[in-house]
Write a protein that binds this ligand. Structure first.
Ligand SMILES: Cc1cc2nc3c(=O)[nH]c(=O)nc-3n(C[C@H](O)[C@H](O)[C@H](O)COP(=O)(O)OP(=O)(O)OC[C@H]3O[C@@H](n4cnc5c(N)ncnc54)[C@H](O)[C@@H]3O)c2cc1C
Ligand code: SF4
Length: 371
């Protein structure tokens, strides 16, 4: 028996596409739990990150357009891809501009993180949909506001994403300071002791990336079972055995300004896994940190204890990684407004608050369904 559940939320035509010998057309479930189980366990209607129509089929209707429009989309991250392919499938003439030489936006960074490599399937699917729907894709083209304004487009969609937020901490130009993009995307060297400033989703991803065993193979089942102490031979009560612990390649400390529990905002059904994994790798977590400055001695912080007492402390580390949030990239929207050309903001360019490809894809699809 082959048993599937979530894959049918991602693509109800899974079996038909497989039977037709076109598995590359399947929209693959990436195992994120973000819109299915996380919704279910928080009393919301289940859906799917990669398919916002799941369980919303009667309300989110994608029908042929009556008036064919010329539409420009800026940015081929998940928001722009979802918009462009949905709008083109309805019959609109869509041009998708992407500054990079490949589609995907931040998903290309996300898939570097252990456990998130399946985002590559989402990009494979969208790549195929771009071809099928006839979107005109202009890679390596950083489009400008005057170009868009002069392009006689009926609609302009800004899906330009985000820019990492730089906090105001004296000493950020110290050579020990890098950003999450330096680490995940550009593979800059990172020392053996690391402090991560910011413990949101990206902070957790960077901590997992930096403490993962060098030879980890996420598809090796026996490694997985040994790691989590699963005894498939049932030689031990409950099928549980002692997990195999491996020394992490680095010593990592995660810091957070907020005094609340670190990792409280992670996914309902997956957050505990990330917190457990990092605890097993000896990652220290310190909330309630007030960053003062960075110099040769390290990161100077002011900590408030549980009793309310304040004390100063220096955190020494080889490398400090900034994971201190993101801001929306809205310049084009504002410049177009000055040129009296209206535009729609979607995805991170609209709201950059969280790691949210789910909202980006949903917003792009819904806007394309009604234009
Ligand atoms: C490490 C990491 C892990 C993540 N993990 C998750 C996760 O597990 N789950 C989740 O839901 N989300 C996750 N995210 C967040 C998710 O990737 C973003 O929410 C999502 O990519 C935002 O989509 P977007 O299309 O709005 O923007 P982006 O993905 O940022 O794409 C914007 C695109 O616009 C292009 N662009 C900008 N300006 C121009 C221009 N003038 N001309 C042409 N092109 C332009 C950029 O080159 C870029 O490709 C993660 C992000 C990171 C960095
Ligand atoms: S939300 Fe994520 S895990 Fe759930 S069905 Fe969709 S892709 Fe799969």
């Amino acid at each position: 028996m082959v048993s599937l559940a979530r894959p049918f939320l991602a693509d109800p035509a899974f079996v038909a596409k497989a039977a037709a010998g076109t598995p590359e057309r399947i929209n693959t479930c990436i195992g994120c739990n973000q819109a299915c189980l996380d919704h279910t366990f928080s009393g919301r209607i289940a859906s799917c990150l990669v398919n916002p129509r799941a369980a919303h089929e009667t309300e989110l209707i994608i029908g042929p357009t009556v008036t064919r429009k010329r539409i420009a989309v800026v940015g081929a991250g998940p928001a722009g891809l979802a918009f462009a392919t949905t709008a083109a499938s309805r019959g609109h003439a869509v041009t998708l501009f992407e500054a990079a030489d490949m589609i995907g936006g931040q998903l290309n960074v996300a898939l570097q993180v252990p456990g998130k490599f399946e985002f590559a399937e989402t990009l494979r699917y969208f790549g195929r949909r771009l071809e099928e729907t006839g979107v005109e894709l202009r890679l390596g083209h950083r489009v400008t506001a005057p170009e868009l304004a002069a392009g006689s487009f009926d609609e302009v969609i800004i899906a330009a994403g985000v820019t990492p937020r730089t906090p105001e901490i004296p000493g950020l130009d110290h050579p020990s300071v890098v950003s999450y993009l330096d680490v995940l995307r550009d593979r800059k060297p990172v020392g053996l002791t690391v402090a991560i400033l910011g413990a949101g989703g990206i902070g957790f991803d960077v901590a997992e990336f930096l403490t993962a065993p060098a030879d980890e193979d996420p598809l090796n089942v026996s490694e997985f079972l040994e790691h989590w102490g699963v005894d498939t031979a049932y030689a031990n009560p409950g099928g549980i055995t002692k997990p195999i612990e491996e020394a992490p390649p680095r010593q990592v400390t995660m810091l957070q300004r907020k005094a609340s529990k670190i990792g409280a905002g992670l996914g309902k059904t997956t957050g505990w896994i990330h917190r457990t994994e990092l605890a097993r790798r000896g990652v220290q977590m310190i909330p309630g940190v007030n960053y003062q400055r960075i110099d040769d001695a390290g990161l100077h912080v002011r900590l408030t204890g549980k009793d309310g007492a304040v004390h100063d402390h220096v955190i020494a580390a080889d490398t400090f990684v900034l994971c201190t949030g993101q801001d929306p990239l809205r310049e084009l929207h504002d410049e177009l407004a000055e040129l009296e050309t209206g535009s729609h903001l979607i995805g991170g360019a609209d709201v950059a608050a969280e790691l949210d490809a789910k909202r980006a894809i949903d917003q792009g699809t819904r806007l394309a369904a009604r234009l």
